[in-house]
Design a protein around this ligand. Structure first.
Ligand code: 5RP
Length: 280
């Protein structure tokens, strides 16, 4: 497919997502990172009627997109403690049938997770290449943000978890060394076998806890997150937003933890249509 097909797909998905989920009177909106989000900002700019609207970026690139569009950025940590974002939009590197996502292709996963969890609703926008049944089908690796000093121990631990060749991500100009995130941390890209969804574990396709070489999405995310030196994992899984709030309210055993899954993902397709996946 040509570049123009992919760009047209991103724009179509962004326009539909904004039409469905952006309230023109919104006050605080989260803006993710990457190339697709540019089309979301373009559509929001056309739709917004609130001159006081503020946009919370997920990193340097995201902030530049907001500023270039003539909109007003506000730092995540200047939001009042009890203020939620009306909505947050972001791209994704891959999305599975349960709406679990891989993110971090642009190395912004930590702030993207903060913003996704702070939103009343988190909506993803992507082109058809990202739409898969299982994670690690087309996208090859899990991005992981780590403290620079911890790189050797995290690489070793990832191999123990079953990642064959985890690698430190370099800048495009290899001789400039490792890529630094907005937190001045490094990114490790870790390949694993294609991940299972919960239903696969229930139907016996694999244990999903790594013991038989298979990993279920959230179990792998938790295992990586528990490694010393890891700031954040580029797996967005688990209930988020009002669904999670409603469940937590009735969950006396407190087993419903806070996740980061989007409530909806809009895929721009190669034929110009837009496909929607929503939380079941
Ligand atoms: O997670 C991200 C950055 O960390 C991006 O949202 C993801 O890489 C998708 O980017 P694009 O819209 O350019 O395909």
């Amino acid at each position: 497919m040509s570049d123009t097909t992919v760009e047209a797909a991103k724009r179509a998905a962004a326009q539909q997502a904004v039409k469905d989920h952006f309230d023109p009177n919104a006050t605080n909106v989260g803006i993710g990172s990457g190339t697709t989000i540019v089309y979301v900002v373009e559509a929001i700019k056309q739709a917004s009627t609130n001159p006081a609207i503020r946009f919370v970026p997920t990193g340097y690139q995201s902030r530049q997109v907001i500023v270039k569009a003539g909109l007003t950025p506000i730092a995540f940590d200047s939001l009042a403690e009890d203020t939620l974002l009306d909505v947050a939009f972001d791209g994704a590197d891959e999305v599975d049938i349960d709406l679990n996502c891989i993110k971090g292709g642009g190395a912004c996963l930590f702030q993207e997770k903060l913003v996704a969890q702070r939103a009343r609703k988190f909506v993803c926008v992507a082109d058809y290449r990202k739409k898969q049944d299982r994670l690690l089908t087309n996208w090859p690796t899990i991005p992981i943000e780590v403290a620079p000093i911890s790189v050797p121990v995290v690489l070793r631990a990832l191999k123990t978890l079953g990642s064959t060749e985890p690698k430190l991500r370099n800048t495009l100009l290899e001789k400039s060394g490792p890529l630094k995130t907005d937190q001045d941390f490094f990114i490790i890209d870790a390949p694993f076998k294609t991940l299972l969804v919960k239903e696969d574990v229930e139907s016996g396709k694999g244990k999903g806890d790594g013991s038989d070489g298979t990993w279920e999405v959230t179990q792998l995310s938790d295992a990586i997150k528990s490694l010393t030196g890891v700031l954040e994992v580029g797996i967005f899984s688990g209930l988020n937003g009002p669904d999670a709030e409603a469940l937590r309210a009735t969950d006396s055993r407190k087993t419903v933890t806070s996740g980061q899954k989007p409530i909806a993902v809009y895929f721009g397709m190669a034929d110009g249509s837009v496909e929607l996946r929503t939380a079941q």
